[in-house]
Design a binder for this molecule. Structure first.
Ligand SMILES: Nc1ncnc2c1ncn2[C@@H]1O[C@H](COP(=O)(O)OP(=O)(O)OP(=O)(O)O)[C@@H](O)[C@H]1O
Ligand SMILES: [Mg+2]
Length: 243
């Protein structure tokens, strides 16, 4: 993989001193993080470190109490979630959350609900990327395997025309061969120009496809670097890579 030229890319998402949590329990204690256009950036961290909370804060579904989030130079903390979706910030939630009784295709069409143009071209784009979803388009989403449901959840996000895609543990609970397919899909999405912020427990595989990475430790960024640097870091290897 060629190294991404980070210096040449403008910042797409800028986070400074972000503080947030649940009621009086503070979970994010001042997070600083930058994502540049075209990058895959991975966030790793232990259970309960605040990874999902951070993604939800970027999407706007998690209230924050301090700090700054700017998307393409514009502060967005006051913007409601739907405005962030319209701007191209789209999250694939932890645990996939497809609508199980609905058909695969109706699930995909839901992802386009904010868009004015007809979704047919995007449906075609999703089906070209995931031929199995085309095959099963009339079946209930609940009948899909875990891997297929994850592809559906990603497909639904693509229907919203993301500029910045937030992926919360897309490989969780999937068999190794399916995990490899998911990481392959993430690389393909990057190749279509989508910027990706990836939360993963499967740190080895995630760091291997990442331009840069951050390590979140109990609500603070403890470390950042290129994917290669983070994968080579002795503390990271011990704590997250089991090496
Ligand atoms: N709805 C909630 N109400 C109260 N506390 C919460 C809520 N959701 C999460 N927390 C707490 O906030 C902290 C961070 O949780 P979060 O889900 O962001 O962690 P995470 O890094 O995504 O963990 P995991 O790897 O398990 O997904 C944890 O201590 C968790 O118990
Ligand atoms: Mg989480």
């Amino acid at each position: 993989m060629t190294e991404f030229d980070v210096a040449a890319a403008p910042a797409m998402l800028d986070i400074h001193g972000l503080v947030g949590g649940y009621g009086r329990i503070e979970v994010l204690h001042g997070v600083d993080l930058t994502i540049r256009e075209g990058e895959i950036v991975t966030l790793i961290g232990a259970n309960g470190a605040g990874k999902t909370t951070l993604l939800r804060a970027i999407s706007g579904v998690q209230p924050v109490t301090g700090g700054l989030i700017a998307f393409e130079g514009e502060p967005i903390i006051a913007h409601p979630p739907h405005a962030r979706v319209a701007a191209g910030i789209i999250q694939v939630p932890e645990g996939r959350q497809v609508f199980r009784p609905m058909s695969v295709e109706d699930n995909l069409r839901l992802g386009a609900y904010r868009r004015r143009k007809a979704p047919e071209a995007d449906l075609e784009r999703v089906y070209a990327m995931f031929p199995i979803l085309r095959e099963k388009r009339h079946l209930a989403a609940g009948g899909l395997s875990g891997g297929q449901q994850q592809m559906l959840a990603i497909g639904r996000a693509i229907m919203g025309d993301p500029r910045l895609l937030l992926l919360d543990e897309p490989s969780m609970g999937l068999a190794p061969i399916i995990v490899a397919q998911i990481f392959d899909v993430i690389l393909k999405l990057k190749a279509t120009g989508i910027t990706i912020f990836l939360v993963e427990q499967n740190a080895n595989a995630a760091l291997a496809i990442s331009d840069r990475a951050y390590v979140l430790e109990t609500g603070r960024i403890a470390l950042s670097g290129t994917g290669r640097e983070i994968a080579a870091n002795a503390d990271v290897r011990k704590a997250y890579l089991g090496i």
